[in-house]
Design a protein around this ligand. Structure first.
Ligand code: CA
Length: 261
């Protein structure tokens, strides 16, 4: 997988490439450990699974009831869930169904009964895999890695490659709709973001206020084109070092604005 950087430690051992993924934090890609949630009421089993997964450098959280498991799954950014079927309170069927309504992360369901596994398959709850207890922890780790790699390919392939516009110290993350100046985030309203992005995507092109108004506000410009002026002013306050001498959005007197590159 190209997305993962190969990790070699000081002794030169090749560490597993699956455990690390990259994530954007403050606009920068940093390596983070993949997070796994185990929902399992039998503590000995949960601990064993955790030990093996941690040996493969996954970050593991355990919940012992269905209700807590669901709550944690919804609140946290997990990369995969290992879900036991028979749980106190809400059972694994229900937890799986509810997680699936909100998230498309891989779910591996485990059960002590082969019959239950067939039942889960039949219900089409959206689990990605099923394992019958007892299973070997290394088998679990292997399946976790396989699902995570597959999920990552799916997510990776659906992301736009060209979602970042970077010009000098200005960085516009189009996917996350966030703007950074020298690595520091600036908070933008929807229209400010749309206007800045439009200009930055069409650099050195001079647009009149009317054109920008039509483009961003999506209606014929019977409205107030002074809105454009107000928004340009606000954007400049957020991205320019000196608003009087803008280095990004330049005013072309009597014509309009252009994004200077
Ligand atoms: Ca159980």
């Amino acid at each position: 997988m190209k997305k993962y950087a190969s990790c070699r430690n000081m002794t030169g051992n090749m560490q597993d490439e699956n455990k690390m993924k990259t994530e954007r934090i403050n606009g920068e890609r940093v390596k983070v450990m993949s997070k796994i949630l185990i929902v399992e009421d039998e503590e000995a089993i949960a601990d064993l699974e955790k030990d093996y997964l941690e040996l493969s450098d996954f970050e593991v959280t355990i919940e012992n009831t269905g209700d807590k498991g669901l709550e944690t799954a919804m609140a946290g950014e997990f990369d995969l869930v290992i879900l036991d079927l028979m749980l106190p309170g809400m059972d694994g069927f229900e937890v799986c169904r509810k997680i699936r309504e909100e998230k498309n992360i891989p779910i591996i369901m485990v059960s002590a009964k082969k019959d239950d596994i067939d039942k889960i398959r039949g219900l089409g709850l959206g689990a990605d895999d099923y394992m019958t207890k007892p299973f070997s922890p290394s088998e679990l780790v292997a399946r976790v890695k396989a699902h995570m790699a597959r999920y990552d390919r799916l997510v990776g392939s659906s992301q736009k490659v060209n979602d970042i516009i970077e010009i000098r110290g200005l960085k516009i993350d189009k996917t996350a709709r966030r703007v950074y100046v020298d690595g520091e985030e600036r908070i933008f309203t929807t229209k400010e973001f749309d206007l800045l992005t439009f200009l930055a995507e069409n650099p050195n092109h001079v647009y009149s206020k009317e054109e920008l108004f039509r483009e961003i506000w999506d209606m014929d410009s019977i409205g107030d084109i002074a809105t454009v002026t107000v928004h340009i002013k606000k954007i400049r306050e957020k991205i320019e070092y000196e608003t009087a001498k803008p280095q990004y959005i330049e005013t072309i007197w009597g014509v309009g604005y252009r994004f200077k590159v």
